[in-house]
Ligand binder design. Structure first.
Ligand code: ADE
Ligand code: ZN
Length: 324
């Protein structure tokens, strides 16, 4: 099964750019920015990186974020992600970028875009097509929403396909962001908010009704509401399921207990994804293998999961066909 999964051309629909920074990338950044205080020694960095709990995850995430100062740093990040995707035969990825966080940390929008563009060109040469999702850090509120939308629509970089909403969900209602999603949609961007990762099915309903989500980031709690499961299946709304992330952030106790089984049984379009891979010790191959092993999937079932991701992507139809 492992070699079958490795050989399968794959698509990743839910991976955060900052959350994709592996140890090699962080070492390079830490040596370039010693003032950030991130360990520049491999063994020490590996200890700093080892996942402890959600608060520690955020600490490492923000430490990486704080070292991103200019186009070279963004380029380093994108190149690291592209190499890892190429290694796993991932041919296309929609990568979530949170411009507001970079700009708040003092990077200019031009530097961010230059790094994204040069990194994307590197990835294309390595056989990996990258597309971007610009997302609102929900916990930063409406101002961040307004700024993210303005940046996306003013700059409209090559490869930008979608508009998202991430961060914590509790106390950060989806509906307040509806006007931004309406404008993004009218401008031709697809709408892909996180929902139901850390809160219940009502957040997923809100993402569908208020934000008109075309896919749901995570959607883990949808199995708590049979009517929602039925709705997702009937409308063919794909879920960007990130099993290892959900286990590591303690939203579910184990892969075995993950609701992915019930999602599939209900006929929901499930795609498998990594979220913040090195932070959670995840790889896309590993997600496929874990789910296949736990659920006792056949090669045909696994190929169908990979096909779901191709079909749920925002690639043009001709490119989808080339990946099927
Ligand atoms: N940003 C980075 N990782 C995230 C996660 N797991 N949930 C929401 N927003 C995120
Ligand atoms: Zn996410």
């Amino acid at each position: 099964m492992h070699s079958f999964i490795r050989a399968l051309p794959k698509v990743e629909l839910h991976v955060h750019l900052v959350g994709s920074a592996g140890v090699d990338t962080v070492l390079e950044l830490a040596r370039r920015h010693p003032e950030a205080g991130v360990p520049a020694d491999r063994a020490e960095l590996e200890r700093f990186y080892a996942f402890r709990d959600f608060d520690h995850f955020l600490k490492v995430y923000w430490a990486v974020q704080s070292m991103l100062k200019d186009r070279h740093d963004i380029h380093t990040l994108v190149v690291g992600l592209a190499r890892e995707l190429a290694r796993q035969n991932v041919r296309y990825a929609e990568v979530t970028v949170t411009p507001h966080n970079h700009v708040t940390d003092g990077m200019s929008g031009d530097e961010l875009l230059a790094g994204l563009e040069s990194g994307r060109a590197f990835a294309a040469n390595a056989g990996v097509e990258l597309a971007w999702c610009f997302d609102i850090p929900g916990e930063k509120g409406l101002k961040a929403g307004r700024e993210t939308l303005a940046f996306a629509l003013t700059e409209r970089p090559d490869g930008l396909v979608s508009f998202g909403l991430g961060g914590p969900e509790a106390g950060v209602g989806r509906a307040q962001f509806a006007p931004f999603f309406d404008t993004a949609r009218e401008a031709g961007l697809h709408c892909v908010p996180h929902a139901g990762e850390t809160t219940g099915p009502e957040t997923i309903w809100s993402a569908l009704h208020d934000l008109r989500a075309e896919r749901i980031g995570h959607g883990t709690s949808c199995t708590e509401d049979p009517a929602l499961l039925e709705h997702l299946a009937a409308k063919g709304i794909p879920l960007e399921v990130c099993p290892t992330s959900n286990v590591r952030t303690q939203q579910v106790p184990s892969i075995d207990a993950h609701p992915v089984r019930r999602m599939l049984d209900a006929g929901v379009v499930v795609t498998l994804n990594t979220d913040d891979p090195p932070f959670f010790g995840a790889t896309l191959e590993g997600e496929y293998l874990a789910v296949a092993t736990t659920l006792g999937l056949t090669h045909t079932d696994v190929a169908r999961l990979a096909e779901n991701a191709v079909l749920a992507s925002f690639l043009p139809n001709a490119r989808k066909t080339s990946l099927l």
